[in-house]
Design a protein around this ligand. Structure first.
Ligand code: NAI
Ligand code: 15L
Length: 274
């Protein structure tokens, strides 16, 4: 486990949704220091609990009753589950839109006071790559997936205003072992920096509803985190170390969305079902 700050007292029980996914598998290990018990959930099969520090629960986020059972007894939720790419609306509806509603309603019902929401850069994907944004920039979702994350952020805002449930919405850029293309040189978030950001999001008091862009200390970034400075997040990694490897790839054409829009290829996905 890599952490950049003083160890904190663990929560009694944390819930991680999306635990079978790419980031979920990474976080299963990295969240261990922050909880006496980590409840791991997904709709997909998960490796069995390795010890009594873990609980494994299969759950479809679209199933309200199952989500209410899932959330009972947890102190905070890291909500990473759901459809993570652009798909037809009907596929996104249950997992992401009903799913995020079920998570917040269950949090309200069971007295959970803090949610970390894995939002996405695709809530602002239709901005051009020469535009600079902060958390107050109007959202410009680049598809149904981005719309679902935008809805999740609104849900977070409402549940704070109405019920005092706090959320950090992390607009994750591209969190993979390495940046995979030129666009990700700007958007990349290392796993160590993601872990630090989650730690800050769990432990910083009085976050209300905070929106933070999840990116490493990359050279040329599009996003300004001035409105999330209270989190004290200081990225340590940079995509620069991968520049030669990434720039060995062919340059996309001038009119390729990957070169024009912050959301890259997502802006051109669909229409579906014509
Ligand atoms: P992933 O697709 O690998 O993992 C998502 C997990 O959610 C999967 O294991 C899937 O089985 C589960 N899931 C899907 N539908 C479900 C349902 N109805 N009920 C319960 N679980 C369901 O995605 P990844 O990369 O691990 O991302 C995790 C989260 O972070 C996602 O919410 C994604 O939107 C968000 N994110 C990730 C980024 C990245 O660069 N990896 C960038 C921006 C956002
Ligand atoms: C996302 O929101 C996706 O979940 C992830 O798979 C990547 O596509 C990432 O955005 C990105 O924009 O690179």
């Amino acid at each position: 486990m890599t952490s950049t700050s003083t160890p904190r007292a663990p929560f009694n029980r944390l819930l991680l949704t999306g635990a079978a996914g790419g980031l979920g598998k990474v976080l299963r290990e990295r969240l261990r220091p922050y909880a006496n018990v980590l409840r791991l959930s997904d709709i997909a099969a998960l490796a069995p609990a390795v010890d009594d520090h873990e609980e494994v629960v299969l759950c479809d986020l679209a199933d309200k009753q199952a989500v209410h059972q899932l959330v009972e007894g947890v102190d905070a939720i890291l909500h990473f589950g759901g459809v993570s790419v652009e798909r037809p609306f009907e596929e996104i509806l249950g997992a992401n839109i009903s799913g995020v509603f079920h998570i917040y309603e269950a949090a309200r019902k069971h007295g959970v006071k803090r949610v970390i929401f894995a939002s996405s850069n695709h809530v602002i994907g239709f901005y051009k790559q020469d535009q600079q944004l902060d958390a107050t920039s109007a959202r410009r979702p680049d598809g149904y997936y981005g719309l679902s994350k935008s809805y999740g952020e609104d849900m977070a805002s409402f549940y704070f205003d109405r019920y005092g449930i706090e959320t950090v919405s992390i607009r994750i850029g591209s969190s993979f072992p390495e940046p995979q293309n030129r666009r990700m040189m700007h958007t990349w978030l290392s796993f160590d920096d993601l872990t630090q950001l989650l730690e800050r999001s769990l432990y910083t008091p009085n976050v209300g509803h905070t929106v933070v862009y999840g990116m490493s200390a990359n050279k040329d970034v599009w996003w300004d985190n001035r409105y999330a400075s209270h989190l004290g997040f200081e990225a340590k990694d940079t995509s620069e170390v991968f520049r030669d490897k990434v720039e060995a790839q062919p340059m996309p054409a001038d009119d390729d969305p990957a070169r024009i829009y912050q959301g890259g290829a997502f802006v051109a996905a669909g229409p579906f079902g014509d």
